[in-house]
Design a protein around this ligand. Structure first.
Ligand code: FO1
Length: 324
């Protein structure tokens, strides 16, 4: 996107994130750089109203992960969770396909109440993150409502209906993001990107179609990223022909896109200066370079905390940033 080299005045890193995969890399970054130099932009097009509550799954996954509270198996929701509330809803004949845990409930109740009082999603997110001692800035991509609609062979489905209720089974034919043309880029993010202090942008190993595209699709977002005048690095969520977690590989197959790191490189095109791919995909290095992207081949599968930190260091080095 740009040839700009980081200089001393540029000390901030902006990362675009969906849920679990992005949150893992965000945690790694938060541990190898000063947390106050890191800005995580979370997708909010998975947000929906569940049992009358405003649920922001990707924001919460990032917040819980950085707070050390995330459930390590599921990746979403809180560790040591109990499920009395959703069990009681079920007993009353209510909808129980989207499982809100008892501890997690506090997040959704607080967010819903504060939004009803007139606070913005940016303000509420900052309050919740601060309360859980998260020093990294976590920003919703927008304060306006954007909702992913998954177009499938069985008709249109709201994102969580597709993802959770239908377990990603319907064949995908496309996506659209309701409300996106009226959404505005998060004003705090716009200021950060225009500050001349951003040394690099990292696109996490998140689903390009339903986690990153909604962020990039906010009117003015691509221009703001360009104006930041720094390099953009993307981490491929596809490793060895499959997605580490979630339906990205299935979606690519159904859309007729090769399930490869090269497919991800093509998806991001000119936006990404550098693509980070796993050792398993090293054979694709030349094909991706031919598309005009630099390639960093490294270990991208993050099982342990060390893996998260190592990938974070690799990304920062590839962007030419000094690691303390
Ligand atoms: N994912 C599921 O697969 N099943 C659930 O019941 C579920 C509940 C849930 C509650 C709160 C929350 O913040 C996330 C939750 N998720 C659940 C995860 C989430 O919906 C998806 O992982 C993301 O939207 C995709 O990034």
């Amino acid at each position: 996107m740009t040839d700009a080299q980081p200089d001393a005045g540029r000390d901030q890193v902006v990362m675009l994130s969906g849920g679990v995969g992005g949150a893992k890399l965000a945690l790694g970054l938060s541990r190898v750089m000063k947390p106050d130099r890191l800005v995580i932009v979370a997708n909010t097009s998975d947000d929906f109203t569940c049992l009358g509550l405003h649920v922001s799954p990707d924001i919460d996954t990032v917040v819980y992960t950085l707070a050390g509270l995330a459930d390590p198996e599921r990746g979403w929701g809180r560790a040591e969770e109990t499920w009395n509330f959703i069990g009681a809803i079920s007993d009353l004949g209510g909808e129980d396909w989207f499982r809100l845990g008892d501890r997690d409930l506090a997040m959704h109740v607080t967010r819903t109440r504060r939004l009803a009082e007139g606070a913005s999603l940016t303000e509420v997110t900052a309050q919740l993150a601060r309360a859980l001692d998260v020093g990294v800035s976590i920003l919703p991509m927008t304060d306006q409502s954007v909702a992913t609609v998954v177009e499938t062979a069985r008709g249109d489905l709201a994102f969580q209906h597709y993802f959770v209720r239908e377990r990603c089974e319907p064949e995908v034919t496309g996506f659209r993001f309701a409300g996106i043309s009226d959404a505005r880029i998060n004003p705090v993010l716009e200021r950060v990107l225009g500050s001349g202090r951003v040394a690099g942008v990292i696109i996490g190993p998140s689903n390009p179609y339903v986690s990153i595209d909604p962020i990039l699709g906010i009117p003015g977002m691509r221009t703001a990223l360009e104006r930041a005048g720094c390099r953009v690095l993307a981490v491929s969520p596809i490793v060895g022909g499959t997605a580490i977690k979630g339906p990205a590989a299935k979606m690519m197959r159904e859309l007729g896109v090769p399930v490869t790191a090269t497919g991800i490189a093509r998806h991001y095109g000119q936006l990404a200066d550098i693509l980070v791919i796993d050792h398993a995909d090293r054979d694709e290095t030349d094909a991706i370079r031919d598309l005009g992207q630099e390639v960093l081949c490294t270990a991208t599968v993050m099982h342990t905390l060390d893996d998260r930190e190592q990938l974070a260091r690799d990304c920062l080095r590839a962007l030419g940033l000094a690691i303390p």
